[in-house]
Ligand binder design. Structure first.
Ligand code: S3P
Length: 749
């Protein structure tokens, strides 16, 4: 006997067979995902058209004709214009069994909720409000497209009282159409859509209307080229539908429209005053934000970073470094802000988030688990912000596909602590470098908490299945690793009992600090134990991400080794658990001062002034290693340009970073004529004159940037191959290096 075909829904009744409703019906029919598709249409002509186009199996002129046939498992999809919904809901209330699932596709949810309360006296448990983020400027049943929702998002806005079986049925309906289903509250939905969809429609309609009528030149559209067409496409949308939407979401639309008008007037003023700086500021910020969206929309972080356009750096010695700048946001803090913001209750805003391949991979992973994250918005100060609509500790959704984390080790290890505790299964994958990095260090303690993790030889991909029990443990870290510590603290949020971890060496404490900012205290107990209570809820907050000390370190070394240099790096994170490199460079004789010391988002920040001074080789104190772990590639370049010998030991961990940094830095420096002895856990570097040569980053972002610095003190040019990998942490490296006066070119290969 053959298996019965799986049907996402029983009978589907679509009330209002326009583009939205017609596409649902046509899509489910085409995929055989409903028993029968019935359309309720206005007139015979539409009925005939819908049947002829294969949009429905049956067309009726009123709900009454089919209401008695419907029961549990069947779905009514309401797709009439927003302001007509109330009367349709009244009909449903009067005619249809409460076992039938009812859903809608309107662009505004607050007004539909009000309509439901007016019609039913409450939002009934079988009504699941929803909104597909898809459409086109075309309308009517003739525009119905069975693939309209494929790879698009659908937002559901269920109430606490909405029945789980009804939500599951509506979710299955959209998934059968190839859509990704997310959920958020009605008010969040209307605020987000008011700004990102309704406002652009207002602007497009108004622009075309202005050109067509107010400017009054009949020839004007003759000369309108592609830009005009792209920008105003949505002004061809259905006027009735948009009239309804503007009225239904009046408050949120006015709010974003006021902000827009304000901004436009300031721009007008800037043009009138010929204020070039202002105009460039607006245009540059807007371009960056738009590029960011384009990348996010195209899912660029879903690709292997090897797919970035290959480039080489070419660096030659030149003038001293001068000037001031702010390096991009801290990578470690950015990962954590995305994670904790996603798990918090409420809306977290982040200023200064790093937009690099690694942090965008984390961002994408949480979006893949249903978290709504809005890209760079400008706040009142013009600063870019990312907004995360947190789903709470237990609100993540099962991802539809493996979570691809590219090159991002921190993301893989911290996220593992979260995924191990979920009630759904998931898999994480990464690029070739990440797939070779050791994961046993997190698999072992997470497994002793009860996690169910599958891997081949303790490498990615890792697959997490729901744990039967997830219990707190006491864990003494066998190695210095903030990633392992953080992984266990995050897992501890979900464990029964109090999870305790103890480290033998100081490692970065951003997780502990940031958890405190989200209202969850990590307690410091006797003998260095850190403790976190299972079940602690996180409350949304604002995070100000300071500049990344690890990115600043390249310029700190660059200025320290280039005679005559004097630079200021503004608002850099100087958390003492990160600044071992400052101590090491000062021991080597560097001239570094911290100015304007302050705190931002619970993290110490300062401006760092660096002036050139001849460096001396040293034996690096072992207790500084874990606090300088990411800066060794740059420090090896400082050592190569110093007088005498610099020795490092106790740093075997450098062999399992994004690449084997001991081997790859030794190879690069040797190619330039530096004498380097390599040991299992360190290097011995004798400072000397260097000759330009071609060297290789081995696909490691920090090796690429460190080797670029050698060009500052080489006789002849240094070329660094495979330099595109810097996008992991510092995509703007070349532009900022040039700004400080470094002679560097990125050459497309
Ligand atoms: C990081 C911790 C360090 C560091 C990495 C970022 C973090 O790794 O090398 O670049 O954000 O927690 P380990 O914890 O493996 O030492």
């Amino acid at each position: 006997m053959s298996e019965p075909e799986f049907k996402a829904v029983g009978k589907l009744v679509v009330i209002g067979l326009g583009l939205i409703g017609g596409s649902v019906s046509a899509g489910l029919r085409q995929r055989h995902a409903c028993q029968e598709a019935i359309g309720i249409v206005r007139d015979q002509a539409n009925a005939a058209l819908a049947l002829e186009r294969g949009v429905v199996d049956r067309a009726c002129l009123s709900l009454q004709e089919v209401a008695a046939e419907l029961g549990e498992g069947d779905v009514i999809f309401v797709a009439v214009p927003t302001l007509a919904i109330e009367s349709v809901l009244r009909d449903i209330h009067a005619l249809v069994s409460p076992e039938v699932t009812v859903t809608d596709g309107a662009s505004v949810k607050g007004s539909v909720r009000e309509a439901a309360i007016a019609a039913f006296g409450e939002v009934p448990s079988n009504l699941v409000l929803g909104h597909p983020i898809a459409g086109s400027e075309q309308s009517g049943v003739a525009a119905a497209n069975p693939s309209l929702y494929q790879k698009h998002r659908v937002i559901l806005t269920p109430e606490p009282s909405t029945g789980a079986a009804h939500i599951a049925r509506v979710t299955a309906l959209w998934q059968a159409l190839g859509a990704e289903v997310l959920s958020m509250s009605v008010s969040e939905h209307d605020e987000v859509l008011g700004a990102t969809s309704h406002l652009p429609h207002v602007i497009a309609y108004s622009l075309v209307d202005t050109l067509a009528h107010d400017i009054g030149n009949p020839n004007i559209f003759r000369y309108a080229a592609g830009g005009f067409r792209d920008f105003t496409r949505i002004a061809s949308s259905d006027p009735i539908m948009w009239h309804d939407i503007m009225r239904a979401n009046r408050g949120a639309v006015l709010h974003s429209l006021d902000k827009f008008v304000d901004n436009l007037l300031r721009l007008r003023d800037g043009i009138e005053r010929e204020d070039g700086e202002y105009l460039l500021g607006v245009f540059t910020r807007a371009k960056a934000a738009r590029d960011h969206f384009t990348r996010m929309l195209a899912g660029r972080t879903l690709k292997d970073s090897a797919a970035l356009t290959p480039i080489k750096f070419r660096v030659v010695a030149g003038a001293p470094l001068q000037g001031r700048l702010r390096v991009p946001g801290d990578k470690s803090i950015s990962h954590r802000a995305i994670m904790l913001g996603s798990l918090a209750n409420g809306k977290t805003t982040i200023a200064g988030l790093l937009e690099s391949e690694d942090s965008l991979a984390t961002l994408q992973a949480f979006r893949d688990m249903g978290v709504v994250i809005d890209g760079a918005n400008n706040d009142a100060t013009g600063e870019e912000r990312v907004t995360i609509y947190g789903v709470g500790l237990h609100g993540l959704k099962a991802p539809q596909k493996p979570l691809y984390l590219g090159n991002a080790g921190t993301s893989a290890r911290l996220l593992s602590g979260i995924l191990a505790a979920q009630t759904f299964s998931s898999t994480i994958t990464g690029d070739a470098s990440l797939s070779a990095r050791p994961m046993g260090r997190i698999i072992e303690p997470l497994s002793s908490m009860g996690a169910n993790i599958h891997s081949e030889s303790e490498n990615l991909p890792l697959t997490f299945a729901p744990a039967e029990r997830f219990a707190a443990i006491d864990y003494q870290l066998p190695l210095a690793s903030a990633q392992v510590k953080s992984c266990l603290l995050l897992a501890g949020l979900y464990a029964d009992g109090v999870t305790r971890v103890r480290e033998s060496q100081v490692t970065r404490d951003h997780t502990e600090r940031m958890l405190g900012g989200f209202g969850c205290q990590v307690t410091r107990c006797d003998e260095g134990w850190l403790a976190i209570d299972g079940g602690s809820e996180l409350q949304a907050c604002h995070i100000d991400v300071p500049g990344d000390f690890s990115s600043a370190a390249f310029f700190i070394v660059a200025a320290s080794i280039t005679p005559g240099s004097d630079i200021l790096l503004e608002h850099v994170g100087v958390n003492p658990s990160r600044t071992g490199a400052l101590d090491i460079l000062r021991l080597m004789g560097a001239d570094i001062a911290l100015l304007n010391e302050d705190t931002a988002g619970g993290e110490p920040v300062a401006d760092i002034r660096v002036r050139y001074r001849q460096l001396q080789g040293i034996s690096i104190p072992p207790e500084l290693v874990s606090r300088a772990i990411d800066e060794f590639p740059a420090l090896f370049v400082a050592a190569a340009s110093a007088r005498g010998v610099t020795e490092l030991s106790g740093a075997a961990e450098l062999r399992v970073k994004e690449s084997d940094r001991l081997a790859n830095m030794a190879a690069g420096l040797k190619a330039l004529g530096v004498s380097v002895d390599t040991h299992a856990d360190g290097l011995r570097i004798t400072g000397s004159a260097m000759q330009g040569a071609e060297v290789d980053s081995a696909g490691d972002h920090r090796v690429a940037m460190a080797l670029a610095l050698t060009g500052l003190c080489c006789d002849g040019a240094v070329t660094v191959d495979h330099a595109e990998c810097i996008a992991s942490s510092f995509p703007g490296f070349v532009a900022q290096a040039k700004q400080l006066g470094i002679t560097i070119e990125a050459i497309d290969c």
